[in-house]
Design a protein around this ligand. Structure first.
Ligand SMILES: [Mg+2]
Length: 223
């Protein structure tokens, strides 16, 4: 059996607009200057408090926990206000359907989102039940710690060499390699190609249609 372990934000769904809007509301409500869009997108994928710490330049006096709470509130409001906050990236549904038909592959998710956040995304897109293991910030340390990948592999009983982590950030690539899994970078998300390669990506794909052939290439070979 093989495991395709997907990151969520920036890989399966395009969450940049809702994340930037929620961050803007959180910082406004805290009376603090809103970080630039590029800075916000650079931390997508980390667990929320860790992301806030980075936005505060790891200053111990920075109110990361309070901002994380304001962010959760703002995100919840936005979900109530709008129907399609986080669209699937082009071609992703077709790729997930092809994977569903593969009897030799199980799917999983490893994300900085909460279980509640992932469930809302999957429900919205009619993808409940597709992913056999869902690892989140609720159950593991923030990426790039390898725990989410290790827990996912243990949950479905798949070896590291048969596991491909598909993600859009350096955090994903570092996490995958630290867990001994294969690292496949996607270029439609929030980190640049050279950063993905520098952090351990074994291959990069530019279109969802190229994902399955790239996965098959990594599964069939030794590093
Ligand atoms: Mg991501």
């Amino acid at each position: 059996m093989k495991l395709a372990l997907f990151d969520c934000d920036g890989t399966l769904v395009d969450s940049q607009d809702v994340i930037v809007t929620a961050m803007t509301r959180a910082f406004d409500r805290a009376g603090r200057p809103v970080p630039p869009r590029s800075a916000i997108l650079s931390i997508v994928g980390l667990s929320l408090v860790e992301a806030m710490r980075r936005l505060g330049d790891d200053d111990p006096a920075f109110p990361a926990e309070a901002l994380a709470e304001l962010y959760r509130g703002a995100f919840h409001e936005l979900r109530a206000e709008s129907a399609v906050l986080e669209p699937l990236f082009p071609g992703m549904r077709a790729t997930l359907d092809l994977l569903k038909a593969r009897e030799d592959v199980v799917l999983g998710i490893a994300t900085g989102k909460s279980q509640r956040g992932v469930a809302a995304v999957l429900r919205h897109h009619g993808l409940e039940g597709r992913f056999m293991t869902i690892q989140t910030a609720d159950d593991a340390p923030s990426k790039p710690h390898p725990a989410m990948v290790l827990q996912a592999m243990a949950a479905v009983g798949v070896e590291p060499a048969d596991t491909v982590l598909i993600g859009d950030t350096s955090f994903d690539m570092t996490m995958a390699r630290a867990a001994g899994a294969r690292a496949l970078g996607v270029t439609w998300g929030y980190h640049a190609r050279d950063l993905l390669m520098a952090s351990g990506a074994e291959r990069l794909v530019d279109h969802a249609a190229d994902l399955l052939p790239a996965m098959d290439g990594l599964w069939g070979t030794r590093r």
